[in-house]
Design a protein around this ligand. Structure first.
Ligand code: PLP
Length: 231
């Protein structure tokens, strides 16, 4: 490896410092925030470098890009799908990821359930919520979230573990707060079918605030690997 990845070291130090500060300020001292490295457009060598520095969770947006890179990845990190997933692509990832965070339709869930059963496993999922009600984004509407999560929970080979969202960049604090309220509301319903253990919100621009509003998992791309030229 000839590349100089010291910038990843520096970014990682800064991110961990900020996460610790945010926990100290806003959360109970025993609360742990999971840090995901979002790998879109990033070379596998750079991803593996981050894994060698302690990253144990990777986030993948596009199935095709993931397929072209996964053989080169250090296998010690877990992988979650975080991008919009087409039903016909589930078969390519069912055995190599530990969670699908971006589940937003029953049609998709049905296929995940079918393939999970065929492969003799349970797939962990999060319900993706379109908290900003943006046309350009996927996710179910906040008022549909509980009913949707309950329906997902009825699939035998799916385990509902929490909620995920990509809040609008504008006015993000308001949406982070709404996500936290939704997460708490659903947790308090104590449904047998669903667990609310993971609230996956927070990216490079808003992860400190996301931790303030209860996030348990933050998904960092550009803040770790540098600005993306496209996408
Ligand atoms: C790209 C992406 C991220 C990371 O975004 P950054 O702003 O680069 O940290 C997080 N979550 C999802 C769903 C993404 O597509």
């Amino acid at each position: 490896m000839n590349n100089d990845y010291s910038y990843i070291d520096e970014n990682l130090k800064k991110i961990r410092y900020n996460i610790n500060e945010a926990v100290a300020k806003y959360r109970r001292p025993d609360e742990k925030i999971r840090l995901m490295a979002v790998t879109k457009t990033v070379a596998p060598e750079a991803v593996n470098y981050a894994v060698s520095k302690g990253i144990d969770l990777l986030g993948e947006n596009r199935v095709q890009e993931y397929q072209s890179k996964r053989d080169f990845y250090d296998k010690s990190a877990e992988v979650h799908i975080i991008g919009h997933l087409q039903t016909n692509k589930v078969k390519y990832i069912i055995n190599s990821v530990s969670m699908i965070q971006s589940v937003d339709s029953l049609r998709l869930a049905k296929e995940i359930d079918r393939l999970a059963r065929e492969n003799n496993r349970i797939m962990n999922v999060l319900c993706e919520i379109n908290i900003g009600r943006e046309e350009s984004k996927s996710g179910v509407m906040p008022e549909e979230a509980f009913e949707f999560a309950e329906s997902l929970g009825e699939f035998q080979n799916i385990k509902v573990c929490g909620l995920m969202a990509v809040p609008p960049a504008e006015n993000s604090e308001k949406f982070l707060c709404e996500m936290q309220n939704l997460y708490i509301d659903i947790s308090e319903k104590k449904s047998d079918n669903i667990s609310m253990d993971i609230l996956s919100v927070g990216m490079t621009g808003d992860y400190v605030n996301a931790i303030k509003y209860g996030s348990t998992l933050v998904r960092i791309g550009s803040g770790l690997f540098g600005a993306r030229i496209y996408k």
